[in-house]
Design a protein around this ligand. Sequence first.
Ligand code: PGA
Length: 251
Amino acid sequence: MRKVVIAGNWKMYKTQSEAKIFFSEFSTHLKDTASQAAIADQQVLICVPYTNLSLLQTLAPTVSHPNFNVGAQNVHWAENGAFTGEISAPMLIEMAIKYAIIGHSERRQFFGETDETVNKRLKAAQAHGLTPILCVGESKQQRDQGETESWIFAQLAQDLVDIDQNNLIIAYEPIWAIGTGDTCASSEANRVVGLIRSKLSNPNMTIQYGGSVKSDNIDEIMTQPEIDGVLVGGASLDPASFARIVNYRKG
Ligand code: PGA
């Protein structure tokens, strides 16, 4: 059975004191929004800035959800070395971090990451026992030019070379839907996620949708048969919104 994974991506938001406030309020909201989802089968995680990882690992057990984890937003391919500003898999593993986003479009767009470096990061993460969340998705221009499928297939072909598909999550994130409020229609997201699945050797991989997921569209997104979860940016910063997303209503 495919696992549901609801993930937050805090990007470069929240100091430690702001993160503490979020955590103190998140559990209350989780209890307030009655869940109709099968909680035992659902993973919840929030990928936070590195400065928050240690603090939030100590607070994670206080969150009232049985499968809650804190994750990272990237991983370098080397174990250590002269790579200013980067973080390695052993550094995360020592803190018992299990998940890391890799290849987010903001990393590709603003920090020069390529499919080649994304592939190296994925390999290193898996070699150390992390479960990566690989992000793929097309720009507005690519969509308008009818290149969505070919672009995503090319990303997958390069990113997944020698990658263990049994320890991987993929997030379909159309770039034009990220942070814009312009959500991809859920049926279209479902179609693209289905196409991604058709290219995988593991058809049971968890594939998420990401891009302007909010508390008021989560229920519809999660009714889509190919979509196994969401990667949430802006709405994961607010404890009430993210709790409602975790406790999405089925059907
Ligand atoms: P958004 O971001 O939910 O703010 O659109 C999603 C993401 O970048 O992962």
